[in-house]
Design a protein around this ligand. Structure first.
Ligand code: COI
Length: 367
């Protein structure tokens, strides 16, 4: 059993008998892309109706055996999270607001009729896996170990009802920037044909189904030379919702900012809420209100919109340089990275990497 801190539950460890060699690992860590390489271990837990969660283990990373009738393969009863472990200059390893992710995981589980996972298990899995795979936390600028907790329905039953058996896994991947060009400004395709979420749907849950439904629009974005897709609200088709995998914030020429409100149809981003706090700390007036596409497109043309950025755990803060739709294409500002975007990005990452004081108590030491 690994020792736990902060009341996190303990996990038994089965060391990988064939871990990558130091040279293999160092090669993976030298230039990590996003989400392609995985560490030597994974954490897992099993749930059975009437019995609850059991079998807390860190095991060698490897294939998962699933019955072809497993409910997740048919009805997508699945949820996930995303957070990161950061190596500080003194080699200690930290994560960022894990309780916020654990709480969102619980809300997602309720929405998908999956069992709730005790936050002590969520944190216990993170602590145990990062302890085992600590050598996989990269040290390069803007690199981190991306942590991907997920839970899915395993019961071999193709009637439609919540599964009686569920598995939780945590895998980890050394990563650099989410976008191939680093923090360079990205182009956004405004999707008008499909919607990501509607009132009463699963838009605020972090479930794979939301992302599956977004793949076709992401393909359209690539076909139009853009890196990401922007969704509009499903009722009027007029207001910004979120990007395919991250939230969006608009900065105006008078120094104020606006972002779509938490309405049930967008993801309640942990990075989003952290950035709103950092902006508020600077005295920036940030409105969480419906933001019309017309306001942003016209504003980009007139200069009223000075900056737009994407934000999420994976994307951190990425400037948006261009918006494109069926009948328009506009540059935001001069198409480059906005000043406020880059300054808040620096502040956020300075907190995450322990370079400045963590005045909000967001960072959590793992090792
Ligand atoms: C994250 O930002 O962590 C996400 O989960 C987005 C993802 C789809 C890469």
């Amino acid at each position: 059993m690994t020792a736990s801190t902060n009341g996190a539950h303990a996990f038994a460890v089965e060391p990988n008998p064939n871990p990558r060699t130091n040279a293999e690992r160092e090669a993976e860590l030298a230039h990590p892309a996003f989400g392609l390489a995985f560490t030597d271990h994974m954490a897992r837990l099993s749930w059975t109706a009437g019995e609850g969660w059991s079998d807390r283990r860190v095991v060698p990373y490897g294939l998962i055996a699933l019955d072809p009738a497993a409910a997740v393969l048919h009805y997508a009863q699945e949820i996930f999270e995303g957070l990161k472990a950061y190596r500080h200059a003194d080699d200690s390893i930290w994560t960022f607001r894990p309780t916020a992710n654990a709480e969102r995981f619980t809300r997602s589980a309720r929405r998908l009729a999956l069992p709730e996972l005790d936050p002590k298990d969520f944190l216990g899995a993170i602590e145990a896996l990062v302890r085992e795979d600590r050598a996989w936390v990269p040290a390069g600028a803007d690199t981190s170990l991306y942590l991907r907790p997920f839970m899915f329905a395993t019961e071999a039953f193709i009637g439609v009802r919540p599964s009686h058996t569920v598995e939780f896994f945590l895998i980890a991947s050394p990563v650099g920037s989410y976008f191939a060009n680093g923090v360079a400004p990205v182009g956004i395709w405004v999707e008008r044909t499909t919607h990501r979420a509607g009132p009463g749907g699963t838009g605020s849950a972090k479930c794979g189904g939301n992302y599956a439904g977004a793949m076709a629009a992401q393909e359209s974005a690539y076909a139009h030379g853009c890196e990401q897709v922007l969704y509009l609200d499903a009722v009027r088709g007029e207001y910004l919702e979120e990007l395919g995998g991250m939230n969006i914030v608009v900065v105006f020429d008078d120094g104020t900012a606006a972002t779509p409100p938490i309405s049930g149809t967008i993801l309640e981003g942990v990075t989003r809420s952290s950035i709103l706090q950092l902006l508020a700390d600077r005295g920036v007036d940030v409105a969480e209100r419906p933001v019309a596409l017309a306001e942003v497109v016209d504003g980009a043309r007139t200069g009223r919109v000075a900056e737009v950025f994407a934000c999420g755990t994976a994307a951190v803060m990425t400037p948006v340089g261009r918006l494109k739709g069926d009948d328009f294409e506009v540059e935001v500002g001069d198409g480059g990275a906005g000043e406020l975007t880059m300054s808040v990005r620096a502040e956020l990452t300075d907190i995450q990497y322990g370079r400045i004081e963590d005045r909000h108590g967001w960072t959590h030491r793992l090792i």
